[in-house]
Design a protein around this ligand. Structure first.
Ligand code: ADP
Length: 527
C-alpha cells in the first residue's frame, strides 16, 4: 500500500513537469524481487536471452557506475518485471565517446553494407516478433495483439530505411561560369541522441534509429524508464544483425542527467525527441549552446470532425480507432470529437454502442482491447479532466470513472456537450475519454479545430470531396486523416505543425533530418 501511495505521489510531481519521477524511492532504492506472475509471463519468452537488464555501451552490457537500478513495472499488475541500471552523466559520456569513435568507420561503409545490416536487423525483429510484443505488453500494458501490430509497424521503419540507405543522392547544379562545377553532397550529421517515450516502446526508437544508421550516423538511445526492456531487446537484435558495437548504444535512468550530457557534448550533433511539449522545449533550448540539429515530435490535441454528410459507420469506426488505440495514449489520438448538430445524436448513440463492447483488462488476456494506463498519475489526470468537464456542464454518456479492476484501469468514457473551454478540449487527455463537441457550420468547426497551440494530427469524416479538400487545407496540422482513423505508416511523413514539433519521421523526408548538405565548388577548371 505504502509503495503504491509513494509511487502515486512521485508521479503527481512528474506530471507537474518537474520530472522527479526518476527519483521515486519506490522504483530506485528497493530491490524487489520479480513477482511469480512476472516470472510466469517472462517464461513465455521463446528466447529468454532477449530479456536484458543492463545498458548497452560500446557493444558491452553494462551496469551503472554506482550500482543503482530502476524498477520496471507491469502497469496492469504493479509487478516488478526487472531492474535496469540507473545511469546518468558518466555512463552517457561513455556512450557518446563510443558512438563518436564508431562514427568514422560506420559512415565510411558503403550504403549497401549499411543497408544489409539494417535488413538483417529487420529480419531478426520480425522473427522475434512474439517475444518483442510480449515485452511491450508486460512493460507498457497495451493488448498483445496491438503490441504485435507495433512490432510490425516498428520493424517497417528499419526495412524502409534499409532500402532508403541506397538512395541518398546528392545534386549537380548547373554552374554560373563555364570553368566551375557545383556539387551538393549529403553526409551523415554525426552522433545522434535519441530520447523516446513509453507509449510505443519499439516504434518510436526504430523510426529514429532506422534513418540515422541508414545514412551513417551513430546513436545513443535513451528510452523511457517505464519501457526500457523492449529497447534493450531490440538493441540486442541489432548487435546480432552485425550493426557494429558502438553504433547503437542504450542508456537509461536519470533522464535530466542523461539529457544534459547529450546536450552539453560537442560530439553529439543531433537531438531527436518524442515526448511531452515541455521536455521538447527544454531540449530545444538546451541544444542552442552547441547549435545541434533538432527534431521534435511533441504533444497533439487532435480534432476529429464528423460532418452531417459523413458515412455513420465509417465515422464511428474511424473515431473509435483514432480515440481508443493504446487506451488513448498516443499523440495522434483524437482528443476532441467535433460533431455537427444534424448527426450528433445518431453518432453519439452509435459510438456508445461500439465503446460499450471494448473489453478492458490485462493486455495478456485474450479478447482484451483496452489495457491499463501507464501509471496512477495518468489515471488521476484523466479523473481531473473528466471532473473539470462535468463541473462545467458536460454530461457523462458512458464510463466517467475508474474501472472496477482498480489499479491503473479507467472505464472507456464518452462525454457529451463538451465545449472549448474545458480542460479536456484544451490539453491532451492521454486516456480513454472521447469528448463530443457539437458544432453548427464547417467554418465554426475549422475555427474550433485550429484554436490550439498543437498541430499534429486531425481527422475529418465527410462524403463530400470538395469539403475534404477545403477542410484538409484549412487545418493547421501536420497529418490529416480523411475518412480514416489510423493513418500512420513508415512510407508517409509524420510530424507536427505549430508547437507539436519540428521535422518529419518516416518516408523519404525522414532521412533528411540526419543529413547535412555540403556544397562543393570546383573552380578554375580551364586554367
Ligand atoms: P511522457 O509524458 O510521454 O512520459 P516525457 O517528455 O516526460 O513524456 O518523456 C519522454 C522522454 O523524455 C522519456 O524518455 C523521459 O525519460 C525523457 N525526459 C524527461 N525529462 C527529460 C529531461 N529533462 N531531459 C531529457 N530527457 C527527459
Amino acid at each position: 500500500m505504502q509503495r503504491v501511495a509513494l509511487h502515486a505521489a512521485m508521479q503527481r510531481v512528474a506530471l507537474q513537469g518537474r520530472h522527479l519521477l526518476s527519483f521515486s524511492p519506490s522504483r530506485f532504492l528497493s530491490s524487489h524481487h520479480m513477482s511469480t506472475d512476472a516470472q510466469a509471463a517472462i517464461a513465455r519468452l521463446r528466447d529468454s536471452g532477449l530479456l536484458k537488464s543492463k545498458g548497452l555501451v560500446g557493444g558491452k552490457w553494462v551496469d551503472s557506475y554506482d550500482g543503482k537500478t530502476v524498477q520496471v513495472q507491469n502497469p496492469a499488475t504493479g509487478d516488478v518485471i526487472a531492474n535496469v541500471p540507473c545511469m546518468g552523466k558518466r555512463e552517457t559520456d561513455d556512450a557518446i565517446s563510443s558512438a563518436y569513435n564508431t562514427f568514422y568507420s560506420w559512415s565510411k561503409r558503403t550504403a549497401s553494407e549499411r543497408s544489409k545490416c539494417l535488413r538483417k536487423w529487420y529480419d531478426l525483429i520480425v522473427s522475434h516478433k512474439e517475444d518483442l510484443a510480449l515485452l511491450i505488453t508486460l512493460e507498457q500494458g497495451k493488448p498483445l495483439k496491438e503490441a504485435l501490430g507495433e512490432v510490425s509497424y516498428g520493424a517497417a521503419f528499419i526495412e524502409f530505411f534499409a532500402e532508403e540507405a541506397k538512395r541518398i543522392y546528392g545534386d549537380i547544379i548547373p554552374p554560373t561560369s563555364s570553368d566551375r562545377r557545383l556539387f551538393v553532397l549529403k553526409q551523415p550529421v554525426g552522433v545522434v541522441g535519441a530520447i523516446t517515450p513509453w507509449n510505443f516502446p519499439l516504434a518510436m526508437i526504430t523510426r529514429k534509429v532506422g534513418p540515422a544508421l541508414a545514412c551513417g550516423c551513430t546513436v545513443i538511445v535513451k528510452p523511457s524508464e517505464y519501457t526500457p526492456l523492449t529497447a534493450l531487446a531490440a538493441a540486442d537484435l541489432a548487435l546480432q544483425a552485425g550493426i557494429p558495437p558502438g553504433a547503437l548504444n542504450v542508456v537509461m535512468g536519470n533522464a535530466p542527467d542523461i539529457g544534459d550530457s547529450l546536450l552539453q557534448s560537442t560530439q553529439v550533433r543531433k537531438i531527436t525527441f518524442t515526448g511531452s511539449t515541455a521536455v521538447g522545449k527544454k531540449l530545444m533550448a538546451g541544444s542552442a549552446n552547441t547549435v545541434k540539429k533538432v527534431s521534435l515530435e511533441l504533444g497533439g490535441n487532435a480534432p476529429c470532425i464528423v460532418f452531417d454528410d459523413a458515412d455513420l459507420d465509417v465515422a464511428v469506426k474511424g473515431s473509435l480507432a483514432a480515440k481508443f488505440r493504446n487506451s488513448g495514449q498516443t499523440c495522434v489520438c483524437a482528443n476532441r470529437i467535433l460533431v455537427q448538430e444534424g448527426i450528433y445524436d445518431e453518432f453519439a448513440n452509435a459510438l456508445t454502442k461500439a465503446v460499450q463492447n471494448l473489453q478492458v483488462g490485462n493486455g495478456l488476456v485474450e479478447g482484451v482491447v483496452q489495457g491499463p494506463l501507464i501509471n496512477e498519475a495518468a489515471v488521476e489526470k484523466v479523473e481531473k479532466f473528466v471532473n473539470d468537464a462535468t463541473s462545467k456542464g458536460a454530461n457523462v454518456i458512458l464510463g466517467g470513472k475508474r474501472h472496477s479492476l482498480g489499479m491503473t484501469f479507467y472505464e472507456p468514457t464518452i462525454l457529451g456537450n463538451v465545449n472549448s473551454e474545458m480542460l479536456v478540449s484544451r490539453e491532451e487527455v492521454f486516456g480513454p475519454v472521447a469528448p463530443l463537441l457539437p458544432f453548427k457550420t464547417e467554418e465554426e468547426a475549422i475555427k474550433i479545430a485550429n484554436d490550439t497551440n498543437a498541430g499534429l494530427a486531425a481527422y475529418i469524416f465527410t462524403k463530400s470531396i470538395p469539403r475534404s479538400w477545403r477542410v484538409s487545407e484549412a487545418l493547421e496540422y501536420g497529418l490529416v486523416g480523411v475518412n480514416e482513423g489510423l493513418i500512420s505508416t513508415e512510407v508517409a511523413p509524420f510530424g507536427g505543425a505549430k508547437q507539436s514539433g519540428l521535422g518529419r519521421e518516416g518516408s523519404k523526408y525522414g532521412i533528411d533530418e540526419y543529413l547535412e548538405l555540403k556544397y562543393v565548388c570546383m573552380g578554375n577548371l580551364e586554367a
